[in-house]
Design a protein around this ligand. Structure first.
Ligand SMILES: Nc1ncnc2c1ncn2[C@@H]1O[C@H](COP(=O)(O)OP(=O)(O)OP(=O)(O)O)[C@@H](O)[C@H]1O
Ligand SMILES: [Mg+2]
Length: 347
């Protein structure tokens, strides 16, 4: 069981004018599955390589179980990285590929053979020892890459977008396999992805990075319920944002004033956010937190109806029950209520 502590970790590539990773502070729990999420180029692979010991940080520290590993070479860290493009040795058999790490450690042939068979069992590809990588599908090769990493019994498994080359069906299968391996082996996993849905499905915790900077490190639900910024909320599909100013629990904007109770900003410049399904449509004007708008368009989705409503020059997405189409038509004037307990104020 290994816990990771990353402190003030920074990487500037030689000759680069920007920080690929910028003052990253992150704790990765022992035996957990932590996703490192963010758009292309945000520093995910760079972070993973530094954890694995394959890339020297410009500054900062990485500790495994509270012991700094900065002076520990890659092969002694007990961390194994599986790369984006799974790099099997093409001229070796699958058995040789999977057993490679043990051979390098001088383990005897009989033990390697037994362990290889076990690993192939674990990744649900038993008996393929004699085949060559090119005789396997992409998804199967990816599983072999996993088996090759796991055979050395790492304390930390670093998976860099292991599913990005697979089709949707295989991705589902691999997700299940990754979860199973984690619960069987209790290895601490860091999993890189740029797909927010994948991170949510797989991870216990998600660290979201933009441009080398950690934005939020939280359980998946918090990215929907309590995002720290508009940028984070948008990455997770958030749609309704309104810029303004928060003063003593009143959010002031050019469409009106709202009583707001929850969020990450206490005072000053802020952004109001509210989920489409949390907006109440067609309420009496006497209520608090109500603004008048006009329905621009709607789409009936069977399970719900989705409206676009203009309030002055701001467009809001509103999700209602499907029957709302009997009450509300395009062009209607309609009151929207942003309940104080439904508003989340962010940066
Ligand atoms: N060897 C290198 N030399 C110089 N710059 C690099 C090097 N490797 C990566 N970078 C730059 O550092 C930044 C972070 O790259 P990194 O590979 O960590 O991104 P990533 O989040 O893994 O992206 P992707 O999702 O595309 O794999 C990018 O701007 C990239 O161009
Ligand atoms: Mg990458």
């Amino acid at each position: 069981m290994t816990k990771l502590n990353i402190s003030q970790l920074t990487k500037v590539y030689p000759g680069a004018s920007f920080k690929a990773v910028d003052n990253l502070n992150l704790e990765i729990e022992s035996g957990g599955l932590h996703a490192l999420l963010g758009p292309s180029g945000c520093g995910k692979t760079t972070t993973m390589k530094m954890i694995a010991g394959l890339l020297k940080p410009t500054s900062g520290d990485i500790a495994f179980n509270d012991q700094s590993v900065m002076a520990t070479p890659a092969e002694k860290r007990g961390a194994v990285m599986v790369f984006q493009n799974y790099l099997l040795f093409p001229y070796m058999s699958i058995g040789e590929n999977v057993g490679f790490g043990l051979k390098m450690r001088g383990v005897d042939k009989a033990t390697i053979k037994k362990k290889v068979a076990e690993m192939l069992e674990l990744v649900q590809l038993p008996g393929v020892e004699e085949r060559r990588p090119k005789q396997l599908s992409g998804g199967q090769q990816q599983r072999i890459a996993l088996a090759r990493a796991l055979i050395v019994e790492p304390n930390v498994l670093l998976l860099d977008e292991p599913l990005s080359n697979l089709d949707a069906h295989l991705r589902d299968e691999m997700r299940e396999l990754i979860r199973k391996i984690q619960s069987d082996t209790k290895v601490t996993m860091v999993f890189v992805t740029h797909d927010q849905e994948e991170a949510v499905i797989l991870a216990d915790k998600i660290a979201l990075m933009f441009d080398g900077v950690l934005q939020q490190n939280d359980t998946p639900d918090k990215f929907y319920e309590e995002p720290v910024s508009e940028q984070v909320a948008r990455f997770f599909g958030g749609q309704n944002f309104l810029a303004g100013k928060l003063e003593n629990g009143r959010f002031q904007s050019d469409i009106g004033e709202f009583h707001a109770e929850k969020g990450v900003v206490e005072q000053g410049q802020a952004v109001l956010s509210i989920r489409p399904e949390s907006i109440e449509m067609g309420v009496d004007a006497e209520n608090d937190n109500v603004v008048e708008g006009r329905i621009l368009s709607h789409v009936y989705m069977g399970t719900h109806t989705r409206y676009k409503v203009m309030v002055k020059d701001h467009e809001f997405q509103v999700v209602t029950d499907p029957q709302a189409i009997r009450k509300f038509n395009d062009g209607d004037a309609v009151n929207l209520r942003f309940g104080p307990e439904q508003i989340w104020v962010l940066r």
